[in-house]
Design a protein around this ligand. Structure first.
Ligand SMILES: *[C@@H]1O[C@H](CO)[C@@H](O)[C@H](O)[C@H]1NC(C)=O
Ligand SMILES: *[C@@H]1O[C@H](CO)[C@@H](O)[C@H](O)[C@H]1NC(C)=O
Ligand SMILES: *[C@@H]1O[C@H](CO)[C@@H](O)[C@H](O)[C@H]1NC(C)=O
Ligand SMILES: *[C@@H]1O[C@H](CO)[C@@H](O)[C@H](O)[C@H]1NC(C)=O
Ligand SMILES: *[C@@H]1O[C@H](CO)[C@@H](O)[C@H](O)[C@H]1NC(C)=O
Ligand SMILES: *[C@@H]1O[C@H](CO)[C@@H](O)[C@H](O)[C@H]1NC(C)=O
Length: 421
C-alpha cells in the first residue's frame, strides 16, 4: 500500500511538473569549471550558444571547493549570469575528488545561493544537484538544512547495487560508466553495452536515471594513461539511448579536453592542464552536428533520428594503434591494442546514397547507405582521408580531412580528429 501510494504520488508529481512530457526530456552536458579560471560572462555565453545550437538544455558544473580553486564561486556566478541572459540552465556537480562528505554546510551555502536563480535546472520540483563520486554524501542532511528550498539529488553512484536500499536521501542516480569497462578504469573490448545502465535501472525502480553519453576517451597524463574502446560509440550510444529512454541524459563531456571527450569548440580562453598536447588541432565540433538529431529524437521519445539535410561526419585517429612514438616518456596508453585500425563515417541522409572512402594508400571503397544516420568503417590507410557521397550517379558531398594519418609520431595520441562535409 505504501509503495502503491508512493508510485501514485510519483506519477502525479510527474504530471504536474511536466518532467516527462513529450519533447521536454532534459539533456545536460558535463562542464569542467576547473579549466575556466579566467572565463568572462561572454566566454560562457559563447559556449552556451554552441550547446543550445544542438538542443542541450544546460551544463552540469563540475567544480572543486574554493579551498582548492578560489575562483569556483566567481565562475559559478558567471555561469548562472550568462545562462540567465540566454534562457539556459545550470546545476552544480560537486566533484568529490575534492569535496568531502564533511562539507555539508558549504554545499548547502552553494545550493542556497543559486536555487532561486531562473537559470537553475529543476527536476521533479526540486533544484537539481549532482556529483562526481561522493557516493556516501548525506543528502538528507543537505535537505534538512535547506528546509523548504527543495532539491532533487541525482548524484553519481559507483555501485548500482547500493541503489536497491539507498539511505543517503538521493532522488535518482547518475552513472559514470560511459565507456566499455568491467568497473573502475578497466579497459575491455568494445562496443559499449548497456550492462551498467541495466543495473542502475533495475535497482532504481521508480527513481530517475541520468544516463551518461560520451563519444570518446583518451587520456595521457602521468597519473592516468589509457584509452577506452569507443570507436562507433558517437552514434552507437545514442541509439542505445533512443531505445532505453532514460529520464535524463548527461553528455560526458562539454569541455574535458584531458579525457578527449569534449564536444565544445576549442574554448580559446580555457587554461591548459597539459592536455593541449593531444587536444590542440583535434576539433570535435562535428560530433555536435551528429548529436543534434539524436537529442531531438530522445526528447520526442522517437526511436530514430530525423534527418533534414544530407551531411557526413567522419572521425579517425592520427596513427595506426601499434606505431611506436619516438619521444614519449610516459609510454603507450593502456588498452591501445584493442583498437581497430579503421576510419569511421556517419552519413546523415534524407534518401539512400552511395558512400566512397579512400583512406590513404587503400583502394577506394564504395558502400550503399540507407536514409537516416548510419555509421560505417573502412580499413585505415596512411595518408590523406577522402570522403564522397553520390546519389543517382551525382556527387552530392565530397571532401578530405585536414589531418593526414601518419605512421610516425613523437608522442602517443589516440584522440579523434573529427570533421564534416
Ligand atoms: C577570450 O580571450 C581573448 C583574449 O585572449 C579576448 O579577446 C576575447 O574577448 C575572449 N573571449 C571572450 C568571449 O571573452
Ligand atoms: C553567491 O552568489 C553571488 C552572486 O551570484 C556570488 O557573487 C557569490 O560568490 C556566491 N557565493 C557562493 C558561495 O557561491
Ligand atoms: C588567470 O588570470 C590571472 C591574472 O591575470 C593570471 O595570473 C593567471 O595565470 C590566469 N590563469 C590561467 C589559468 O590562465
Ligand atoms: C512526441 O511528439 C511527436 C511530434 O509531436 C510525435 O511524432 C511523437 O510520436 C511523440 N512521441 C511520443 C512518445 O509521444
Ligand atoms: C622530446 O620532447 C621533449 C619534451 O617535450 C622536447 O623538449 C624535445 O625537444 C623533444 N626531442 C625531440 C628530438 O624532438
Ligand atoms: C566496423 O563495421 C562492421 C560492420 O558493420 C562491424 O561489425 C564492426 O564492429 C565495426 N568496427 C568497429 C571497430 O566498430
Amino acid at each position: 500500500m505504501i509503495n502503491a501510494l508512493a508510485t501514485l504520488a510519483g506519477l502525479l508529481s510527474l504530471a504536474t511538473t511536466g518532467v516527462a512530457q513529450n519533447g521536454t526530456k532534459p539533456v545536460y552536458a558535463h562542464f569542467m569549471v576547473g579549466i575556466v579560471e579566467n572565463f568572462t560572462v561572454e566566454d560562457w555565453k559563447t559556449d552556451i550558444e554552441q550547446a543550445q545550437g544542438i538542443g542541450i538544455d544546460g551544463f552540469a558544473l563540475n567544480c572543486a571547493p574554493p579551498r582548492i580553486d578560489d575562483y569556483t564561486p566567481k565562475q559559478l556566478a558567471n555561469a548562472y549570469a550568462a545562462a540567465e541572459e540566454l534562457d539556459f540552465k545550470m546545476f552544480i556537480s560537486f566533484d568529490f575528488a575534492y569535496w568531502s562528505t564533511g562539507d555539508t554546510e558549504l554545499i548547502v551555502d552553494f545550493l542556497a545561493n543559486y536555487s532561486s536563480s531562473p537559470a537553475q535546472a529543476y527536476y521533479d520540483g526540486g533544484a537539481l544537484v549532482s556529483t562526481f563520486v561522493g557516493d556516501s554524501m548525506d543528502w538528507n542532511a543537505v535537505k534538512d538544512a535547506l528546509g523548504d528550498q527543495k532539491i532533487t539529488a541525482i548524484p553519481m553512484i559507483q555501485d548500482p547495487g547500493s541503489l536497491a536500499n539507498p539511505t543517503t536521501g538521493l532522488d535518482g542516480a547518475f552513472s559514470w560508466y560511459a565507456w566499455p569497462t568491467d568497473g573502475g578504469n578497466s579497459v575491455i573490448e568494445g562496443p559499449m553495452t548497456t550492462v551498467w545502465d541495466d543495473k542502475f535501472l533495475e535497482n532504481l525502480g521508480e527513481m530517475p536515471y541520468m544516463a551518461p553519453v560520451s563519444p570518446w576517451f583518451f587520456t595521457h597524463f602521468n597519473t592516468k594513461n589509457w584509452v577506452f574502446i569507443c570507436e562507433e560509440q558517437p552514434t552507437h550510444r545514442w541509439e542505445q539511448m533512443l531505445k532505453m529512454k532514460p529520464e535524463l541524459i548527461e553528455i560526458i563531456s562539454w569541455n574535458d579536453f584531458g579525457e578527449s571527450h569534449y564536444i565544445s569548440g576549442d574554448q580559446p580562453n580555457h587554461s591548459d592542464d597539459g592536455s593541449s598536447a593531444w587536444a590542440d588541432g583535434f576539433p570535435h565540433d562535428a560530433w555536435r552536428t551528429l548529436m543534434k538529431p539524436y537529442i531531438a529524437a530522445y526528447k520526442m521519445g522517437a526511436e530514430n533520428p530525423q534527418v533534414d539535410e544530407d551531411q557526413l561526419v567522419y572521425w579517425y585517429r592520427p596513427t595506426p594503434w601499434n606505431v611506436e612514438c619516438s619521444n614519449d616518456t610516459l609510454g603507450a596508453p593502456r588498452g591501445r591494442e584493442l583498437l581497430d585500425d579503421v576510419v569511421f563515417v556517419s552519413t546523415l541522409l534524407t534518401e539512400a546514397a552511395e558512400l566512397t572512402v579512400t583512406s590513404g594508400g587503400q583502394d577506394p571503397v564504395t558502400v550503399a547507405v540507407e536514409a537516416g544516420i548510419h555509421t560505417s568503417n573502412f580499413t585505415m590507410g596512411v595518408g590523406v582521408q577522402k570522403f564522397s557521397v553520390s546519389r543517382g550517379g551525382t556527387e552530392i558531398l565530397s571532401g578530405e580531412g585536414e589531418m593526414e594519418i601518419s605512421d610516425k609520431c613523437e608522442s602517443y595520441n589516440y584522440n579523434a580528429y573529427v570533421g564534416s562535409l
